[in-house]
Design a protein around this ligand. Structure first.
Ligand SMILES: Nc1ncnc2c1ncn2[C@@H]1O[C@H](COP(=O)(O)OP(=O)(O)OP(=O)(O)O)[C@@H](O)[C@H]1O
Ligand SMILES: [Mg+2]
Length: 249
């Protein structure tokens, strides 16, 4: 069977600072994620999850190693090409939401469709309303970030990332501000992006309730990766209980 690897990281390392102050955020990390797969990246605070997401998505240059994304050797592209690649193929959900304070929830999402795809205002509005409805945000569509709760802002950020149907989705703690009914809705949307549309979805999460939704769970510890295989995820699914992570493989 041909396996379609959409995103591959090879021997990635990244540190911050120098000398005695140096932090090794990523230490020789390799992983491969297939198209149509939802991968979950877990690990304690400071273990390098956001750093890995940034390196794999073309936002942060690794000190060494390679990222191959949809067949492109990402860190050999020049900055303009990489920016273009991100615009065309990637949807991002950041830890801090990054919403525009002057725009309503609906406008934040419309903007992506209008400027990203050159869609008409009417089409942008239709697509934005569709996504807002999936996120349970229809009645909040006219509000600006300052008028929205943390969880509502998070859902707008998720809508903005998904509305362009990106082939790659990078989400850093997408459910952190949500109660579980909304969190589950969001994970279901991300899973549908992977399983129904063939997108490649990489989620960073502390939330163990997201585990049963994942095709693969990766665990980072001090910048090093441990891979939890599918069979243990299946056990989790079946019993609905969480088992301790293996500490090495
Ligand atoms: N810009 C930076 N400058 C210096 N150190 C950094 C920088 N970014 C990350 N680090 C360090 O690298 C390590 C990994 O950070 P990272 O943000 O990837 O962790 P994380 O797993 O995402 O944590 P959290 O769950 O708290 O978000 C940490 O020790 C952090 O202090
Ligand atoms: Mg982080």
């Amino acid at each position: 069977m041909r396996v379609d690897i959409a995103l591959r990281g090879e021997r990635l390392s990244r540190s911050f600072g120098q000398g005695a102050m140096q932090t090794i955020a990523l230490d020789d990390v390799s992983l491969s994620i297939e198209a149509g797969e939802l991968a979950l990246l877990m690990g304690p605070s400071g273990s390098g999850k956001s750093t890995l997401l940034a390196v794999l998505s073309g936002l942060l240059r690794p000190d060494s190693g390679r990222v191959v994304s949809l067949g492109n050797d990402l860190w050999t592209l020049n900055e303009t090409e990489r920016e273009q690649f991100r615009l065309q193929y990637c949807g991002f959900i950041f830890q801090g939401y990054n919403l525009f304070s002057a725009l309503t929830a609906r406008q934040q999402i419309e903007m992506v469709v209008r400027w990203g795809e050159g869609a008409s205002p009417r089409e942008a509005r239709r697509r934005a309303d569709e996504v807002l409805s999936l996120l349970g945000m229809s009645r909040r569509a006219h509000l600006r970030p300052v008028e929205l709760s943390g969880g509502e802002k998070q859902r707008v950020a998720i809508g903005r990332a998904l509305v362009k149907n990106p082939r790659l989705v990078f989400a850093d703690e997408p459910t952190s501000a949500l109660d579980w009914s909304h969190g589950e809705q969001v994970i279901e949307l991300l899973r549908a992006a992977a399983h129904d549309r063939g997108a490649t979805v990489l989620i960073v999460s502390h939330d163990s309730r997201t585990i049963p939704f994942a095709d693969h769970v990766y665990h980072l510890e001090d910048g090093r990766l441990q891979h939890q295989d599918e069979s243990s995820v299946a056990v989790l699914n079946h019993q609905g209980q969480l088992l301790p992570y293996p500490t090495s493989r």
